[in-house]
Design a binder for this molecule. Structure first.
Ligand code: 13P
Length: 282
């Protein structure tokens, strides 16, 4: 059964590593990620955006699919199924009501008072159901589902207000990362990251992990990052393997075609786990 992120991220914070969030897009994606994390004995967070949720048939379908796959595959590492970028109280409530043990409320597009108000409503509901809550502040740049935004670095005093006034479990401060490919070099504000980690004492989350240099990811972990989200890099690894195989392999059965990208995707997953140090931390 899927679990909340709380215990896994507190353990990560105490032991200075990070747990990967890999976003899922379909059954095969979920299966490949679960199998590879089990092989590496790594805890894992399966991120589901609202768009991916609609694509896959709704929260309940995903919840049942994940738990049933875990049972079928004998997955014993801790797995958290997490609503990624929940856009409203209603979206978070819907996920919680079907059994999700972790949600992100992303009210970062609002002014701080409104962000706090919406986030607090989600936390109050989530706490009644034993569900952990991540919240965002500032703007992660790039594209997430259908939303495009520029980077806006999170302010320290606003982060502290958000944490103290809502009692969230994890903070996702925008500090220079973007969703999707980077144009130019990623410019992360590590000084502010460390300050936020010291002042809030919460596990920090880094969105837009794809394309951030390995040394920067390690630096982030040393500055208090305990969860790093990856989506684009897995998609690219799967896609380029599929493109080269499909030209030479005449298979037309979708079960075979989708698997053309399995090896490359799993290699990418293992590489990220080793980099984050979450292997053998289950
Ligand atoms: P990337 O697609 O850039 O890896 O970002 C994923 C993410 O942050 C999901 O919330």
């Amino acid at each position: 059964m899927v679990v909340s992120m709380k215990e896994m991220l507190i353990k990560a914070k105490n032991n200075k590593y990070a747990v990967p969030q890999f976003n899922i897009n379909n059954l095969e994606w979920t299966r490949f990620i679960l199998e590879e994390c089990q092989k590496n004995n790594s805890p894992v967070i399966l991120g589901v955006s609202e768009g991916a949720c609609k694509y896959m048939g709704g929260f309940k379908t995903i919840y049942d699919m994940t738990n049933d796959l875990m049972e079928y595959l004998n997955i014993t590492v801790p797995v958290s199924l997490h609503l990624d970028h929940g856009s409203s109280f209603d979206a978070c409530k819907e996920a919680i009501d079907v059994g999700f043990k972790s949600v992100m409320i992303d009210a970062s597009r609002f002014e701080i008072d409104e962000n706090i108000r919406i986030t607090k409503d989600v936390v109050d509901y989530a706490k009644e159901h034993g569900v952990s809550v991540e919240a965002e502040i500032g703007h992660v740049g790039g594209q997430e589902d259908d939303n495009n935004s520029g980077i806006l670095y999170a302010e320290v005093d606003e982060c502290i207000r958000l944490v103290n006034e809502t009692e969230i479990d994890f903070l996702a401060p925008a500090l220079g990362s973007v969703h999707g490919p980077y144009k130019g070099e990623p410019k992360l504000n590590f000084e502010r990251m460390k300050e936020l980690s010291d002042k809030t004492n919460l596990p920090l989350v880094l969105h837009g992990g794809s394309g951030i240099y390995d040394e920067q990811l390690k630096m982030g972990i040393s500055c208090g990052i305990c969860k790093i989200n990856f989506n684009t890099e897995l998609q690219m690894a799967w896609n380029s393997a599929l493109r080269s195989e499909i030209n030479v392999n005449q298979a037309y059965d979708p079960r075979k075609v989708i698997k053309f990208g399995e090896k490359a995707m799993k290699e990418c997953i293992s590489t990220k786990i080793a980099l984050l140090g979450s292997n053998n931390r289950a």
